[in-house]
Unconditional design. Structure first.
Length: 312
């Protein structure tokens, strides 16, 4: 479990991270989002013992990242955006080296390496020199080194960069599987990746946490007035007054009229008049071609919460 309390990091007068607090329990995947310069990388570097905070505390399973940094390092697997690879080594040689460096036992070392190689899909390149690998395979080797010592916490920065669509799906499924047993912090700019893999989403902007919750709860928080997209075989002039009779509908905006009418029906917050619209269409003998409710996306949430962009 990760516990962050009143974390602040300053560079001179510049406050990169400003008094943030959050927790990530075991068995959860956290999507950590933020524009460039928001404080995301600084926070991750503190979590992974690469730099100390100015004030506040970070504990990993009860171990302080400053006072007990060696114990914390044993519990964390970290894949930075640029994977830390020794390109003169073969894949198997590199993984053996990393596992030995992190204290993997001799008796179980080969078994652990085989397990991670299988999980990361490296079986076909295990004997190849890392310098000969494609960008996608190098990224897989980077993920393997983060997992090799079976850490309790994984911090992954853009883990699917350079992968093809099939590989991306495989790695996302792997992250979801790992998240059942471990704490995973996923830093990414790919918002569909967050929606596909994360239990919790946290957005940082200008050094402050501006949103924290499940993807669904964040999308609902931004929803405001619901919008229903409607297409019928009648003119806007015909359908507008009849729709405005329905409780909960505030406006009907014509989008297109070319044989059929495409409209946006703006509804009062908390109302859902779709059933009433359907009954109105049946009674008026309209041909209802489309009726769908718009839902705020995670991208909408991100854009709303990070208005104003990055800091200078």
């Amino acid at each position: 479990m990760i516990e962050v309390r009143n974390l602040t990091k300053k560079y001179g007068e510049f406050v990169a991270v400003n008094d943030i607090s959050f927790s990530v329990p075991t068995g959860q995947v956290l999507g950590f989002l933020g524009p460039n310069g928001a404080g995301k990388t600084t926070t991750v570097r503190i979590l992974t013992c690469y730099m100390p905070p100015t004030s506040g505390t970070v504990t990993i399973d009860g171990n302080d990242v400053v006072e007990q940094s060696m114990e914390v390092r044993r519990k964390i697997g970290y894949l930075p955006e640029s994977a830390p690879l020794y390109t003169e080594m073969d894949v198997i040689e590199y993984l053996e080296f990393v596992l030995a460096l992190r204290g993997g036992g001799n008796g179980s070392r080969s078994k652990r390496i085989r397990h991670v190689v299988d999980m990361c899909g490296l079986g076909d390149v295990i004997a190849k020199n890392i310098s000969e690998l494609s960008k996608g395979y190098k990224q897989r080797v980077g993920l393997a080194q983060a997992m090799i010592h079976d850490p309790e916490i994984l911090v992954l920065d853009e883990p699917t960069v350079g992968l093809d669509p099939n590989q991306i799906v495989e790695i996302r499924n792997l992250i979801k599987m790992l998240g059942r047993e471990k704490t995973v912090v996923l830093c990414t700019h790919i918002l569909p990746e967050v929606e596909a893999t994360c239990d919790q989403v946290m957005i940082i902007n200008k050094g402050k946490i501006v949103a924290n919750g499940t993807p669904d709860s964040l999308q609902r928080s931004l929803a405001g007035k619901a919008v229903i997209r409607l297409e019928v075989n009648q003119s806007p002039e015909t359908i507008r007054p009849m729709l405005m009779e329905i409780e909960g509908i505030e406006a009907v905006k014509a989008i297109q009229h070319d044989g059929t009418s495409k409209c946006e029906v703006v509804c009062r917050p908390g109302s859902d008049p779709r059933e009433a619209i359907f009954h109105k269409a049946v009674s008026a003998r309209w041909v209802l071609l489309e009726m769908s409710q718009e839902v705020s996306s995670l991208e909408d949430v991100f854009r709303e919460m990070t208005k104003g962009g990055a800091r200078e």
